[in-house]
Design a protein around this ligand. Structure first.
Ligand code: MLT
Length: 245
């Protein structure tokens, strides 16, 4: 049986060993949801970078530069971090240098710890993601990006959704973080939106008068067939895209 661990925030990573394991990075609101939409639109590759200054450097190499801090697009950049921005067909075939407050940081920290594979997960690609996880036949770590190294509700909720989706014939929960994620999802699976709208990040969007309903969008199941994965320093997609809706 492969084991499942849930890590609530990147700050806890030093307590874990990622070697030989598949790591799914989760940032439901919104980085990993946005990345799934980008690849579903046909983006070629995404370079997760640590800071806006580093991101800016890639402009001269014909990258689209995308930066978000505190849920707001950084001025002077081509794009922010709303999934709605990434449905634009202009992005097909493009390379994006991308930095967000939590999601890209979690990806880069996980990469430093020598996992077997890093996958990008969201509700938008949950079935394709779980197929890929099963194919790998490795122990699984569900890494939540959280908010500035603190716990957030929606990432752990999604970790529970993955555990439920995988079922318990090939996987077993190894720790209480996985158990609590599973029971959180099981208790709220009939109305995820009602729960997530109570989250601190949904509250941030409200206070920012976000013009799009990113919470509703990011809770849609299976609108993307892609499963972004790390290859060297880049995120790429090798999973066939579904026909474009
Ligand atoms: C993040 O990566 O921290 C989040 O996606 C922030 C956001 O864009 O809402």
């Amino acid at each position: 049986m492969n084991k499942i661990e849930v890590i609530h925030t990147p700050a806890l990573l030093p307590l874990y060993d990622l070697k030989g394991k598949v790591v799914v990075v989760i940032d439901i609101l919104r980085a990993t949801s946005t990345m799934c939409v980008a690849f579903n639109t046909g983006v070629n590759k995404i370079l997760p970078v640590a800071t806006p200054d580093e991101c800016l450097m890639f402009k001269e190499f014909d990258f689209i530069i995308a930066a978000e801090r505190n849920a707001v697009k950084v001025p002077g950049f081509d794009m922010g971090n709303s999934p709605f921005e990434y449905e634009n067909p202009f992005l097909a075939g493009k390379n994006i240098a991308f930095t967000t407050t939590n999601g890209t940081k979690a990806i880069k920290m996980a990469k430093q710890m020598g996992p077997e594979k890093i996958l990008i997960g969201s509700f938008l690609n949950i079935s394709a993601l779980c197929r890929k996880i099963k194919e790998s036949n490795k122990d699984l770590v569900l890494l939540c990006s959280g908010w500035k190294d603190k716990y957030n509700l929606e990432d752990t909720l999604f970790a529970g959704a993955v555990i439920a989706h995988l079922g318990n014939d090939e996987f077993e929960m190894k720790d209480d973080a996985a158990l609590s994620a599973y029971f959180l999802f099981e208790q709220h699976q009939d109305n995820l939106e009602a729960l997530v709208r109570k989250s601190s990040h949904a509250e941030r969007f409200t206070l920012l008068h976000l013009q799009t309903d990113d919470v509703k969008f990011c809770l849609q199941a299976d609108i993307c067939a892609v499963v972004p994965e790390m290859e060297g320093e880049f995120l790429v997609n090798h999973t066939p895209m579904a026909s474009h809706n």
